[in-house]
Design a protein around this ligand. Sequence first.
Ligand SMILES: [Zn+2]
Length: 280
Amino acid sequence: MELVYSLLLLYLTFVRNAIAEDRKSITFTDKCDLGKLKLKGTRDLNFYQPDQIKRIRLIKRADGYYVQFCIQVDRVELVPMTGKTIGLDVGLKEFYTDSYGEMVPNPRFLRRGEARLKRAQRLVSRKVKGGLNRRKARVILGKRHLKISRQRKDHAIKLARCVITSNDVVVYEDLKVSNMVKNHCLAKSISDASWYQFRMFLEYFGKVFGRITIAVNPAYTSQECSSCGFVVKKSLSTRTHICQCGCEMDRDHNAAINILNRGISTTGHVGTSIFEIVNA
Ligand SMILES: [Zn+2]
């Protein structure tokens, strides 16, 4: 505990010593002793006070070294209420299907990028271990990985922001990360990773824009009928939900409605109660 605290203090003093007045360069004076480095990039650090910068991290990426600044800000933005609620069901084929029946497909650039990633991966495994050509192929693979993860993150941020600003309540499945890591299917694990990131940004923007985000238990959401509650067993290949009550719709649309209903039933009442008004 003490160690963490002293480290933190060290970092703080270190930050004050390190960043230049004009915030255009940074000097590392600790053990690694890198000396003065020029800062490149689009972010303007002049916008923040030095004591708002809580942490600095040096990160190595496939295309160079980066300095990451951890900045403390209270970000709250006011946007008008929409009166809309939405449930989201994640899928392999579509990025998600919502409770209105709208499907958001996986973007083309991601699919193209994933194909290129697989190709680069094959090239690495074909080269002789320990050889120069293998090292070269690995650099290419690293860059492809980096590019696609940036594209994925960008897509997740834009989509999450859009979903949050156009709804007051957003409900999605509470998928467990431990289950996700276990699967070995590439397409599945990629979609799990993007979904996890998307959920993180949903919750982040939920706080920024003052919206309600709810994660619900995903059990049986695709099996239950959204209009009568009857359990209709279906395998993964069954794409349509057909119930004895006459309800017939896309499998994921049905699941998204179930997710939304589950979320609404867990929230209970929010705001001023009509009984309080009557009794007052
Ligand atoms: Zn039914």
